[in-house]
Write a new protein. Structure first.
Length: 132
């Protein structure tokens, strides 16, 4: 079980992807679970993994090169700036992540509303002419 704020990189058909989990999760096969020491380290490592996805994909093994081993990941040389830089980066990216989550939630609500309106229209329960 991984507590929130674990970095979870995994390979996919189109490269290496990584997320920071918001809720406790049990990672599946082929997903690495990394627990950075601080939230600032989490954001920095997330950025590094995403920025170097191609390099990590090249290190993947297994059928079709889709399994990223712990050893291959550990062999990656990470650019590690001073703590003050990582902290400032975390402040900025934290705000962006919050905004992205809010936009995603808004998009989900709008999609559901669109679906309900379309269903109502198709069922005849919504008369477009009288709504004008």
């Amino acid at each position: 079980m991984c507590a929130p704020q674990f970095l979870l990189p995994a390979t996919g058909e189109d490269g290496v992807h990584a997320v920071l989990n918001e809720v406790p999760v049990v990672p599946g096969r082929g997903i690495l679970a990394l627990q950075p020491e601080t939230p600032a380290d989490s954001y920095w490592l997330l950025h590094e993994v995403r920025a170097r996805s191609g390099e990590l994909t090249a290190a993947a093994q297994g059928p079709g090169g889709r399994e990223l081993s712990r050893n291959a990941f550990a062999a990656m040389v990470v650019q590690w700036p001073p703590p003050s830089v990582r902290e400032r980066f975390a402040q900025l990216t934290g705000k962006l992540h919050l905004r992205a989550r809010a936009a995603y939630a808004e998009s989900e609500i709008l999609n559901k509303l669109h679906g309900r309106l379309l269903d109502s229209f198709l069922d005849g329960a919504l008369d477009v002419e009288s709504a004008r």
